[in-house]
Every structure is written in structure tokens, then in C-alpha cells.
Write a protein that binds this ligand. Structure first.
Ligand SMILES: [Zn+2]
Length: 85
């Protein structure tokens, strides 16, 4: 799994839901699931991901020096590239 990025003492993890500072917790996230038409599980693949310990939601990294959220590798999910040329 991806390692939790190192953060400085000026930074803290916050819950995506807006609960404020939280701890990072690892959990299993199902990335692939295959079932028969009867709903019988054929295959389930999970990955370890980092989530907030309070809600199990995504994490955002707050930087007290910048007074803003900073991007982390954790948010580097494979989303569509929406940037035009
Ligand atoms: Zn929360």
C-alpha cells in the first residue's frame, strides 16, 4: 500500500467531512468486485487506503504555515484528466 506521506509539525491530517484534525487510519477499500447473477461473490479485491479515523472518509492535509490545504500523494487517485490542452 501507499505509505502515509511524512508531514511536518506544521501540518495535520483533517477529515474530509470537516470534523477537523484527525488521525490517519488504514482500511480495506474494495476496488474490484465480481458477482454471479445470483449475487454470489466470485472475486473481491481490496486495497489498503488511508482514511480518517473518525468517519472513515478521505484525508486532507492542512498546513498551518500556508493556512491552506496542501495536496498529498493520497489524493493522487486516477481520475480523468480534466485539463484541456
Ligand atoms: Zn470525520
Amino acid at each position: 500500500m501507499m505509505e502515509l506521506p511524512k508531514i511536518t509539525d506544521k501540518q495535520e491530517w483533517c477529515c474530509e467531512r470537516g470534523c477537523g484534525p484527525c488521525r490517519a487510519m488504514e482500511t480495506d477499500f474494495e476496488v474490484f468486485r465480481s458477482e454471479t447473477l445470483d449475487g454470489e461473490l466470485l472475486e473481491s479485491r481490496t486495497e489498503k487506503v488511508w482514511v480518517s479515523h473518525c468517519c472513515g472518509m478521505g484525508l486532507m492535509l492542512w498546513d498551518r504555515d500556508l493556512e491552506d490545504f496542501v495536496e498529498t500523494a493520497l489524493q493522487d487517485t486516477k481520475q480523468e484528466d480534466s485539463h484541456g490542452v
